[in-house]
Design a protein around this ligand. Structure first.
Ligand SMILES: Cc1cc2nc3c(=O)[nH]c(=O)nc-3n(C[C@H](O)[C@H](O)[C@H](O)COP(=O)(O)OP(=O)(O)OC[C@H]3O[C@@H](n4cnc5c(N)ncnc54)[C@H](O)[C@@H]3O)c2cc1C
Length: 441
């Protein structure tokens, strides 16, 4: 009889894990709820939907997330194959057409002979079956209860927000200009909306006085806004200048000496292959929709902007991994249950996917009765898992890829920043290669 691994959630981590298991000739029951009901940010029927930004961030090895991608490619990552097949020009970033991206993955998964797709809102997790829980930051309420039963009270929330998207042909191109920050990349991919000091101050005032959507929060929940994806109005409330050092910073966007007078610049990034939709970079928000239209139309060039999606803010779930998981992504209290993706407290599309590879490789080894393995903490993949497993449980917050969490002991720190990072990258890639060879992964 065929033995199946259950995977809950056909998102980035779940699809990657299913694909990795199928490559190892292991059968998978992949459960996904979106065919029955979508969550508030899902808009497509296909798997592995990018619900907010359409970029998988930097491809440069000196950037930790760039190296993370290179490490994942050594495992033949499905998600990265899809991303490169759907790539859009975006300087040094891996931006994608979200429909082509998700369609590629959906097709691969649905036509994979080892993967059995089941449309279901899973509730309880059977502790006796090998399972990877990859239900993401918007795990359904039914499964939240199921997970709570499994992990006890060590269950957290925080809140995340999505940025609006506007139509290119509704923008005033006389006021906007094309430029990538510091002219990175070969093509000019970003549209920029420059603001004078007066325009910025007026905009800020209206932003701060705008009406926010109600969230019906419990008191203890209201404090948990995740710093990495903070709503623009929350950031603005932290000080008059905060946005000028965040999404509205003008540096690297000057066209001429005169432009040094520019006070603020809003950037818009291409959102689809047709290049007719653009998202407002860093403008994730919880403003009421009417207010988004009113306030964001104050940005020069956006006076008549047509919004094809408004920003929204919502709950984002993750477990207390330092208490619950070991470095194999396995529950300490139940060797059959593995977790992967954002629900473990890794943060971001690429990071979530990479944890799907780690969980799948270890599940495959468990089935093959081999020892489970820990990724070296000198690699970005390993450092992320190391971080979520050993950080203090009391202060645990989700973590993106960055060099601070990677073990760089013994490497030369007395060199230029960029060379130092390139050195970390070379070491990480060498170590991942050795690791793959050692365990014949
Ligand atoms: C609103 C929002 C915006 C974000 N924006 C970004 C961003 O711009 N950039 C970035 O890098 N990261 C972003 N993230 C963080 C994170 O990287 C993404 O959420 C990413 O998709 C996480 O991957 P995942 O595989 O863990 O979860 P998901 O991709 O969310 O996949 C989980 C899947 O599980 C399914 N599921 C849930 N419950 C059940 C159930 N009970 N039974 C069956 N299936 C179930 C869901 O329908 C979903 O398809 C955002 C997160 C949120 C919530």
């Amino acid at each position: 009889m065929k033995k199946y691994v259950n995977i809950i959630g056909a998102g980035l981590a779940g699809c990657e894990a299913a694909y990795q298991l199928s490559k190892r000739k292991i059968y998978v029951n992949l459960y996904e709820v979106k065919g029955i009901k979508r969550n508030p940010v899902q808009t497509m029927d296909t798997f592995a939907e990018l619900v907010c930004s359409n970029t998988l961030r930097s491809t440069e090895p000196a950037n930790a997330v760039g190296t993370l991608k290179l490490e994942m490619q050594k495992f033949d990552s499905l998600i990265l194959k899809a991303a490169y097949s759907a790539q859009l020009p975006a300087g040094g970033s891996l931006a994608v057409d979200r429909e082509i991206f998700s369609g590629f993955i959906d097709n691969e998964i649905r036509n994979n002979e080892y993967i059995n797709v089941i449309s279901e809102d899973v509730g309880d997790i059977d502790p006796n079956q090998i399972t990877i829980v990859a239900s993401g930051p918007l795990t359904t309420p039914k499964l939240q209860t199921g997970i709570q039963k499994l992990v006890g009270s060590d269950y957290f929330y925080f809140f995340d927000a999505v940025a609006p998207i506007v139509k290119l042909d509704s923008l005033d191109m006389n006021k906007l200009y094309w430029k990538n920050r510091y002219d990175k990349g070969e093509t000019k991919d970003y549209l920029n909306a420059p603001m004078t000091k007066h325009e910025y101050e007026k905009f800020l005032e209206e932003l701060l006085n705008s009406e926010k959507a109600e969230m019906h929060l419990k008191d203890e929940e209201s404090l948990r806004v995740f710093e990495g994806c903070m709503p623009v109005e929350v950031m603005a409330s932290r000080g008059k200048e905060t946005l000028l050092y965040g999404p509205l910073k003008p540096v690297g966007l000057y066209r001429s000496k005169e432009d040094k007078e520019l006070h603020a610049v809003v950037q818009l990034r291409q959102d689809n292959a047709a290049k007719d939709l653009f998202n407002l970079v860093g403008f994730q928000t919880n403003l009421k929709w009417g207010e988004q239209k009113r306030v964001f139309r104050m940005i020069p060039g956006l006076e008549n902007a047509e919004f094809i999606r408004y920003g929204v803010m919502h709950k984002n779930n993750f477990i207390n991994s330092p208490t619950l998981l070991n470095k194999h992504m396995q529950m300490k209290s139940n060797p059959n249950i593995f977790f992967a993706g954002q629900i473990t407290g890794v943060e971001g599309y690429v990071e979530s996917t990479s944890s799907g590879i780690i969980a799948a490789v270890n599940v495959a080894r468990k089935i093959e009765e081999k020892e489970l393995i820990e990724w070296p903490d000198t690699t970005v993949m390993g450092a992320l898992i190391n971080y979520i497993c050993i950080t203090s449980p009391e202060n645990f917050q989700p973590m993106k890829a960055n060099w601070q969490i990677v073990n760089t002991e013994g490497l030369n720190k007395k060199m230029k920043k960029i060379l130092k990072k390139e050195q970390y990258s070379i070491k990480a890639l060498k170590d991942i290669e050795e690791f793959i060879n050692k365990y014949k992964i």
